[in-house]
Structure formats: C-alpha cells, structure tokens
Write a protein that binds this ligand. Structure first.
Ligand code: KIV
Ligand code: ZN
Length: 515
C-alpha cells in the first residue's frame, strides 16, 4: 500500500505574489474550483491580513470549497492569525499556515530579532492558531539557509505547541537536491516528536531546482509538497504542480507514495491560470507546454506510431490534452451549452447569467462555426471583465487602417454611466485605440506587456489579449477576447484600467516582516 502524498497548491497565494499575476476574487474562485476538481488536498487561498479584498476572497473560497482543505497564510503575529482564523472559520476543512523567518540573515537584517525571540513568537502563534482550528501548519521561512540546530529546536517546539504540518521552505531557491534531502532526513531523524507532524517542502526555482529539490525531499520522507500550477510564483517561481504530480506518478517504481490528483484536470487548470494571469506557458514546458507531447523528428514519429512507449513516458490524454474537446456550434441549444460549461467547472449563480452567457455564445457562433472548450472559457472570462457595473466600459470602437495611411481610432467609453468620446492616431490600429482610450481616461499608466494569443486555430479564432499596466507602484493585468483582435485589445486595456481604479493596498507577506 503506497503512502499518501499531500499536494498543497499555493497558486492563489505564492503564485499570486509574482508581479503582475494579481487576480480578482472571481478569478481566484474559478481557479479554486478547478483545483478542487483536480483533487488538490490543500488550497492555500491567500493571505487574509494583506487587505480586506484578500480576506473576503479567502473567506468566499473557504465557504464554497468542499473537497479540499482551504488554508490561509498568516505571519507569526496575533493580528495575522486572527484574520486567517476568521477567514477559514466557515470552511468544511480549514487550515492556518503561520510562518516566521529562521535564517541568520533574515532574523538579523529583516526581523531584527534574536533566535530565542523568534522561537517564542513561533510557538505563541501556533498556540493562538490552534484556538481557531486543529489543522495548523508552521513554516520556518528560509529554512534552506537556516542553522540545522536552530531548525531542530524550533520545529520540535512548534510541534509541541500543536502544529500538525511542518513546512520547510527553500525561500530563495538556494539549496541543491542532495543537501535539501539531507536537511529533511536530518530533521525527521533528530527531532524526537517528528512522528507527530507531516513534513512538507516548499521550493522556489531560482536555480531551476524547485522540482528536483521537492522530489529529493519526498524520497527523503516529506509527505506534503507545496507547489503551483505552471510553476507560477515570485521571481523564477515555485515548484510546478504538474511536474511533481506526474514525476511521482510516472516513477512509481521509485516513489513509495502517490497523490490523489485527477491528472486529467492539469491542462485545463494550466490554461486557466495562464489566461487569468497573462503569463504564457512556454511551448517546451514539461507536461503543459504545447510541444510537450509533439513529435517533430521523423525517427521519433515513426517510433511512436510503431509503439507509443518508444518515445512517450506519459499519455497526453492522461494529463488532459485533447480530453473532452467537444465542439459546440450555432445549432447547439442552451442545454448543451450549460452542460458543457458545468463540465468545465463553470457555474452561474443565476438563470439570468446563464441566459446572458448563452446569448454571447450565439453571437460568437455566428462569427465562428466551431466553438471549442477554450472558446467557452474565454467567453466566460471575457464576460467577467466586461461587467456593466464597472467604472469604465467600452461602448464602441472604430479603427481605420490602410496601407499608406496613419491608423486612426475613435472610441466611446462609458465612465460611471456617462459616455465620452476620444480619437487618436497611432503607429498601428492597437496603438491608435489605446491612445484614444487614454485621451478619455488619462491614466498615464505604463504599458508593460501586450500579448495576443489565438485561443484556437484558424483565422476565425478568437484573439485573447493580455495587457499589463503599471501605475504608482501597482501592476495590473487586463484581459479581453474577441474574434476582432483590436476590439479584444481595447477590452483588455479597459479591463486593466478598471482594476487600477479599484485597487486596494495590500501587504506582501514576506517583505512586510512582522507588524
Ligand atoms: O517561500 C516562502 O518561504 C514562503 C513561506 C511563506 C512559506 O512562501
Ligand atoms: Zn514561497
């Protein structure tokens, strides 16, 4: 009988900390539902003390999710633990994850605390968290660069105080697999109460070793891995969920544990996270890259045709490629449309929302004959970005672009219900459209990213545009989808501006130190 490997997904917390990857509450909920469907054991939904918006998003996820534990992050102080505890109070299964740095450099330079004070604070926070729930996780931040003797002391103390999971983060992605495995093995061996807690790992990818370090730790006895979809995360990211899950599953000859993940949800989850954050997946990315299962070389193709396993160690369909690619079209009814959306994990709160999505689907089907799952996902995502109650809404756009002429755009935007008109020339139709919008809104934001992806193939495909705008230290992403990419671009730009308008101040869990 194999042991259970707990998959702890932190896409919504650590993943969201990467600059430009911030998500709104609806986007987070959509991702949480896909993670639940994928049978992730623990979803780290956010950092409730960061802002009222983060608190509400964690609370909503904790209330909605039934089959995964919902976890909230808290620095090791009473205020953070209270916010986390309140946010997961309604969860069917809730967890508080509290952390404090333990490496000499972090204690000295960031916290300005002595090791004994850090230990006391950790124990106090774990005890306080236990007043809210039985499931408490503790992380000694920057464990990878911490002193082993001090780690042993603090880990033993927090387990005594009631932590049932001890997570060892390689916060700065510094360790090597053999060293990290040695650390886990050493801790599990030296700490007398080690059997009272699950040992977990949380690796960053600064040296490209996050997955290798996590797997080495699992071989050394860790039974929880913290990871993110597509390896999203600060700097070079976190360990990628899909790579961890598939490595353990594919190499069952080596691992004496396995996860309960439904791997067929991996590709849909990867697409959703990429769409929401605007972080594209590189084509040669393991498991979820567009080329991950493509065989170009003739000799490989020949081998695969003769016997698939000559060159394939996993089956594309097992991780969700091509699965359920049911096509809808202009004659598909409301029932087929609703059923397919539910299968994709998209639920509407009211009949009215379903009807409005169905009418948008019909409009799209008039322009595009075959509607794929990706089109449906984009259609719903696009509707989320074009709420009638947003401050800014695109009313109309006219663009003239012809050889030998300077492109020119005229746009009407509704601002708080009042229609305003703007016009501008530009170096191309998209540039002209953005300038025309700026002539009305005057955000003076800096456009940091503009990317267009075709959602499906063919010239009738919808273009999905992501823009990233920076203004006064805030970075937001905007999305828009349409069969006309200039319209998709204008929608994406306005979506980003709406996010800038509604932004709230948030604290960064690692940089803020202790309150
Ligand atoms: O990387 C890290 O140390 C973290 C902790 C908060 C677990 O994200
Ligand atoms: Zn981290």
């Amino acid at each position: 009988m194999k042991e259970h490997l707990i998959i702890f997904d932190t896409t919504l917390r650590d993943g969201e900390q990467s600059p430009g990857a911030s998500m709104n509450a609806e986007e987070k909920m959509r991702i949480a539902k896909v993670l639940e469907k994928m049978r992730v054991d623990v979803i780290e939904a956010g950092f409730p003390a960061a802002s009222p918006g983060d608190f509400e998003a964690v609370k909503a996820i904790a209330t909605a999710i039934q089959d995964s534990t919902v976890c909230a992050l808290a620095r090791a102080n009473a205020h953070d633990v209270d916010r986390a505890g309140e946010a997961v109070r309604e969860a069917r299964s809730g967890r508080i994850h509290t952390f404090i740095a333990t490496s000499p450099i972090h204690m000295r330079e960031k916290l300005r605390m002595e090791p004994d004070e850090v230990l006391e604070q950790a124990v106090r926070s774990v005890r306080h968290a236990r007043e809210y729930c039985d499931d408490v996780e503790f992380s000694p931040e920057d464990a990878g660069r911490s002193d082993m003797d001090f780690l042993c002391r603090i880990v033993e103390a927090v387990i005594d105080a009631g932590a049932s999971t001890v997570n060892l983060p390689d916060t700065v992605g510094y360790t090597l697999p053999s060293q990290f495995a040695g650390m886990i093995e050493g801790l599990m061996h030296r700490i007398p109460n080690a059997d009272k807690a699950v040992f977990s790992v949380h690796c960053h990818n600064d040296l490209g070793l996050a997955v290798a370090n996590s797997l080495a730790a699992v071989l050394a006895g860790a039974r929880q891995v913290e990871c993110t979809i597509n390896g999203l995360g600060e700097r070079a990211g976190n360990a990628s969920l899909e790579e961890i899950v598939m490595a353990v599953r594919t190499r069952q000859d080596v691992f004496d544990c396995d996860s309960r993940i439904d791997a067929t949800q991996i590709v849909p989850a990867s697409r959703l996270v990429s769409t929401v954050t605007g972080f594209p997946v590189q084509p040669n990315k393991a498991i979820v890259g567009a080329n991950a299962f493509a065989h170009e070389a003739g000799i490989h193709q020949d081998g695969v045709i003769k016997h698939r396993e000559t060159y394939e160690i996993m089956r594309a369909e097992d991780v969700g490629w091509h699965a359920n690619r049911m096509v809808l079209g202009k004659h598909s009814g409301r029932n087929a449309f609703g059923t397919r959306l539910r299968e994709l994990g998209i639920e509407f709160k009211t009949e009215e929302e379903l009807n409005s999505a169905f009418s948008r689907f019909k409009d799209l089907a008039d322009k595009k004959h075959e509607i794929f799952d990706e089109d449906l996902q984009a259609l719903v995502a696009d509707a989320d970005t074009q709420h009638a109650n947003e401050k800014l809404r695109l009313v109309s756009l006219k663009v003239c672009s012809q050889t030998g002429e300077v492109p020119h755009a005229e746009v009407t935007v509704s601002m708080d219900g009042v229609e305003r008109h703007g016009a501008s020339e530009g170096s191309g139709p998209v540039d002209a459209a953005f300038r025309a919008i700026e002539a009305i809104v005057g955000s003076n934001g800096e456009l940091q990213l503009y990317s267009v992806n075709n959602i499906t193939s063919g010239t009738d495909a919808q273009g999905e545009v992501t823009v990233r705008i920076a203004q006064d230290g805030s970075i937001v992403n905007g999305h828009g989808a349409d069969t006309d990419i200039v319209i998709a671009s204008a929608k994406a730009y306005i979506n980003a501006l709406n996010k800038l308008v509604s932004r709230t101040t948030r604290e960064h869990p690692q940089l803020a130190g202790l309150i």
